[in-house]
Ligand binder design. Structure first.
Ligand SMILES: [Zn+2]
Length: 401
């Protein structure tokens, strides 16, 4: 367990990062610490280059001097969120209060050798680091989202849609970039929806993200549920049809073979390999929504079929967990108005509690950005939890040349 002082440093820094500039007296009230303790903690955080006294505005003398606020130092460290998905890479940089400093999405077919994908990601990460680094800021934490299951040692155990198995991803990245956390993309998507999206204020929900694969992030009691070894939430590999098409995971008739991005495009009569120039990861959803609004029969039929399939899987999850809501993310989000009814029909038919389960079907709000935003959120959480580490020499000191 962390010493009390380190914990309190984190408490004060987090309050300023999340709630904005405020006086020492306000911080004392908000943190429940006494004023002299807060003053001494703030002094340490200023000394470490994390906070500064806010510049005082010029005011007429008769108004009196307002209490001196403290705020994040303009050259305080920043954090990175990285994402490798099947058909794109993403890198964001944000300051400790969550303001995004840099964002890039690059289309990239990542179903190839990990070394190539990782060196491309590394290049994007360096571009994100360069500008703030030149302005005297250094990266303090980085988190990588991947579409697969990860181990406690920073490796991808299995990412069926990338055809990756036992790849020591963070070790390969860390050699060039410094320490990097790794987490399943749907877990990070759920975390982002919990903190900034449609899950705000909910305590129990299942976030289901449709991409090439389908993943889920499960939030129970206001926190991410990861399972004993972090492998929970693999809803995409629930068996829907035991005699269905083979899946790269080794099974047959998995949900994602029947309701993933490629399946719905094929059902709607489109070539699943078709790409739009400069498109974002949520493009198939936007494109299908436009087609559905235009009343195209084949698209509407595809949506009904995918909704029905998704509803069968959702009913299993809802019978098991009794969540308040299902959040539809990824390419499903813009299609929620067409998917909701077939999903609700399946829930009605298959839930023991029937409509009494009270489970709402909602569109996630963060679209294709959810996983990379979640990666930023996890990096911020790590950085704010340990200001003592932030004050030290850059974790990346040896890595940036
Ligand atoms: Zn499978």
């Amino acid at each position: 367990m962390k010493p009390v002082r380190e914990r309190n440093l984190g408490l004060v820094l987090r309050q300023v990062a999340e709630a904005g500039p405020r006086s020492r007296a306000t911080l004392a009230v908000e943190t429940g610490l006494n004023k002299s303790t807060v003053s001494s903690l703030v002094a340490d955080l200023i000394e470490a280059g994390l906070l500064r006294d806010s510049p005082i505005e010029e005011r007429p003398a008769k108004v009196g001097r307002p209490p001196q606020d403290v705020e994040l130092a303009p050259d305080a460290p920043f954090v990175l969120g990285l994402e490798i998905n099947v058909d794109y890479l993403a890198v964001w940089a944000a300051d400790l209060s969550g303001v995004v400093l840099h964002r890039s999405f690059v289309e990239s077919d990542n179903r190839q050798r990990p070394e190539q994908v990782i060196s491309r990601l590394e290049l994007l990460a360096r571009q994100a680091i360069d500008q703030p680094f030149a302005a005297g800021r250094r990266p303090a934490a980085a988190t990588l989202a991947v579409p697969g299951i990860v181990d406690d040692f920073g490796g991808v155990v299995m990412a069926p849609n990338l055809h990756w198995e036992d790849v020591p991803v963070t070790r390969m990245l860390s050699d060039a970039l410094g320490p990097v956390n790794i987490e399943n993309e749907a877990n990070l998507g759920a975390l982002a929806e919990l903190t900034d999206g449609a899950g705000t204020g909910l305590r129990d929900f299942v976030y289901i993200s449709g991409e090439i694969g389908i993943g889920a992030g499960i939030v129970i009691g206001g926190d991410l549920f990861r399972g004993a070894r972090g492998f929970g939430g693999e809803i995409g590999h629930l068996t829907i049809d035991a005699y269905g098409p083979p899946c790269p995971c080794g099974s047959r008739g998995c949900l994602e073979r029947l309701a993933g991005q490629e399946a719905i495009l094929r059902l709607a009569g489109w070539d699943p390999r078709v790409r739009c120039a400069g498109s974002r990861p949520e493009w198939p959803g936007a494109m299908l929504a436009e087609s559905a609004r235009g009343g195209h029969a084949k698209t509407l039929e595809a949506l009904s079929q995918v909704g029905h399939t998704l509803g069968i899987a959702a009913a299993a999850a809802v019978n098991l967990l009794n969540p308040e809501a299902l959040l539809l993310g990824g390419y499903f989000a813009p299609l929620t108005e067409w998917l909701r009814e077939p999903i609700e029909n399946e829930l009605h038919r298959r839930l023991l509690a029937g409509d009494g389960s009270g489970c709402a079907v909602l569109a996630a709000r963060l679209g294709g950005e959810a996983a990379v935003r979640g990666a930023v959120a996890m990096s911020r959480r790590q950085a704010l939890d340990d200001p003592a580490a932030l004050g030290r020499e850059s974790l990346y000191a040896g890595a940036i040349g």
